[in-house]
Design a protein around this ligand. Structure first.
Ligand code: NAD
Length: 366
């Protein structure tokens, strides 16, 4: 029998089991249904801390191996995010292969919900790119193991204000580490992307008296940012601005060889996912420029904290209080990075792995 092949994050082709071994994945579930056309992959990376939580992405993958690779890469990221946020959650992620505008239906989402149900709570799903709250309502008809539901269904609603609050706390901790004082009053902050998270972040920064610069490809969002006295800057010019803090709140891979060499800020602290284009290269590069980088999966964990509190009975105040702790975690990461002479991305991963190993030992006795 031929081996099933997939790729790791750097594109190296592996036999499937060798791939799982190299990333230490626990389980991959393939879900197939002829009637609805469902083709989904649920990747469960690590459940030492608790059930694996991660959204369901629907995307037109060119090859099945790309879908497997994406599910594996994203589920591993969820393990670290949940661990470092101090949640009793593991990491998992699902991908559905298909075009959300063409292939999605009530039946397909409910069938997917049946597969989630079959995992008996080992995997908890939520919305992600290509899926919506409405889709999760269909999933909910087949399983209770779904979060990110609207407030009308007992969910936590839009997590963006919580994500923004955590980003703000991480930014203040970065200021404390860089300047010995966490006040952002009078600091020049450039926010790239003023969508759901970026706009809430502006509000918090404006309240504290920061000087704000913003960019966005959406003109109406840019106009709305004027409400907080933010000065609009066009596209790429954001990178070259002489500011104290750069807050990426739009795209991934914004920290790359070109942009890192141009940055003039002392701190990068923003909500966007996967900011480092290649963490094995750009984590060190940003460190060598002397820039304080707050790792994205730590600073933007407010959204995950919010959906997790939904799972345990949603109370927004509790979610906010737990999100506030991002301040201390970011300080711990700067301290660990300085002590070990490593970059902050690596320090955050080590902190996440340490908690998993510690808890493994806790669970080793009856
Ligand atoms: P959003 O879509 O509401 O906002 C993104 C904004 O970025 C939009 O206004 C968009 O026009 C703008 N944008 C896109 N390309 C741009 C560019 N080249 N330059 C400047 N602006 C550009 O998304 P969001 O929910 O605010 O999330 C922002 C980022 O934070 C994303 O990377 C997301 O993955 C991450 N994140 C969000 C949450 C959450 O709770 N919403 C949680 C964790 C991480």
């Amino acid at each position: 029998m031929a081996d099933v092949q997939t790729q790791n994050a750097s594109g190296t082709v592996y036999d499937l089991f060798a791939g799982l071994e190299s990333t230490d994945h626990e389980q991959i579930v393939f879900c197939q249904d002829n009637h609805t056309g469902l083709k989904a992959i649920i990747a469960i990376h690590n459940t030492v801390l608790g059930p694996g939580l991660g959204g369901t992405r629907m995307w037109t993958y060119a090859h099945e191996k790309d879908a497997i690779r994406d599910a594996m890469r994203l589920s591993r990221g969820m393990t670290y995010k949940a661990s470092v946020a101090g949640l009793n959650l593991g990491g998992a992620k699902a991908v559905i292969i298909g075009d959300p505008s063409k292939h999605k239906s009530e039946a397909l989402m409910r069938k997917f919900g049946r597969f989630v149900e079959n995992l008996s709570g080992k995997y908890i799903t939520a919305e992600d790119v290509g899926t919506t709250t409405r889709d999760m309502e269909y999933v909910k008809m087949e399983t209770d193991h779904v979060v990110g539901l609207p407030e009308s269904m007992g969910g936590g609603g839009d997590p963006s204000p919580v994500t923004a609050y955590g980003t703000y706390m991480g930014m203040k901790a970065s200021a404390k580490a860089a300047w010995g004082n966490d006040s952002l009053e009078g600091k020049a902050v450039a926010v790239m992307g003023v969508g759901k998270v970026g706009m809430h972040l502006l509000e918090l920064l404006h309240k504290e008296g920061a000087r704000l610069y913003v960019s966005d490809i959406n003109e109406s969002n840019l106009k709305a940012a004027g409400h907080y006295g933010a000065i609009p800057v066009s596209g790429d010019d954001m990178i070259d601005l002489d500011v104290d803090i750069f807050a990426p709140c739009a795209l991934g891979a914004i920290l790359n060889t070109d942009t890192i060499s141009r940055l003039k800020c002392q701190i990068v602290a923003g909500a966007a996912n996967n900011q480092l284009e290649d963490e094995t290269v750009h984590g060190d590069m940003i460190k060598s420029r002397g820039i304080y980088y707050a790792p994205d999966f730590v600073i933007n964990a407010g959204g995950l904290i919010n959906v997790y509190s939904e799972y345990t009975g949603y109370v927004r105040e509790r979610a906010m209080a737990q999100t506030e702790n991002i301040y201390n975690t970011i300080l711990d990461i700067y301290n660990l990075a300085a002590e070990k002479h490593i970059n902050t991305q690596l320090a955050a991963i080590q902190l996440a792995e340490k908690r998993i190993h510690d808890m493994m030992r806790v669970h080793s006795t009856y």
